[in-house]
Write a protein that binds this ligand. Structure first.
Ligand code: 4NP
Length: 157
């Protein structure tokens, strides 16, 4: 079983969306026996909350149900997951800075590395929290693109 953890700041916009999109792809390809995923935030402000209503609505328009409850990144995550994917550069540096002594930090990568095609050159998933509907849609476009490549890479390996 390969376990993927998506990480953003609040765990109410980008990472629960990636978690929901990737879960739907795992289910669609019948890969639940070999792949699983979860998400969390580096921050603690939204612990226990459902995703932001704007991200839930953007997901619903595409047929997803984003119903993750926000939680904060913890020491055990570095042991339990095989791949830890940061949504932006500050998430990436926070994840590395909080790694417990001896943790395998090679498993920490940037989500944007998996993007291709029209998103080939993006460096991070922009935070839509202070934006509007188009920003949530844009974040979801990037997330769907990266998740599809992640899935094909993992199911080929
Ligand atoms: P996320 O977006 O990191 O994609 O969940 C944010 C959510 C909340 C805040 C910032 C970003 N906030 O400052 O509360």
């Amino acid at each position: 079983m390969k376990k993927i953890l998506f990480v953003c700041l609040g765990n109410i916009c980008r990472s629960p969306a990636a978690d929901g999109v990737f879960s739907a792809m795992i289910a669609e390809k019948n890969l639940a026996g070999t792949l699983s995923c979860d998400s969390c935030g580096t921050g603690d402000w939204h612990i226990g909350q459902l995703p932001d209503s704007r991200m839930r609505a953007a997901g619903t328009r595409r047929g997803y149900n984003f119903n993750h409850r926000a939680r904060q990144l913890c020491a055990d995550d570095y042991r339990r997951f095989d791949l830890i994917l940061a949504m932006d550069d500050s998430n990436f540096s926070d994840i590395l800075a909080r790694a417990p002594a001896g943790a395998d930090t090679a498993k920490v990568k940037k989500f944007a590395e998996f993007c291709s095609g029209k998103f080939e050159n993006i460096r991070y998933v922009p935070d839509p929290y202070y934006g509007g509907e188009k920003d949530f849609n844009h974040a979801l476009d990037i997330i769907e693109n990266g998740c599809a490549n992640l899935l094909s890479g993992l199911s080929a390996s």
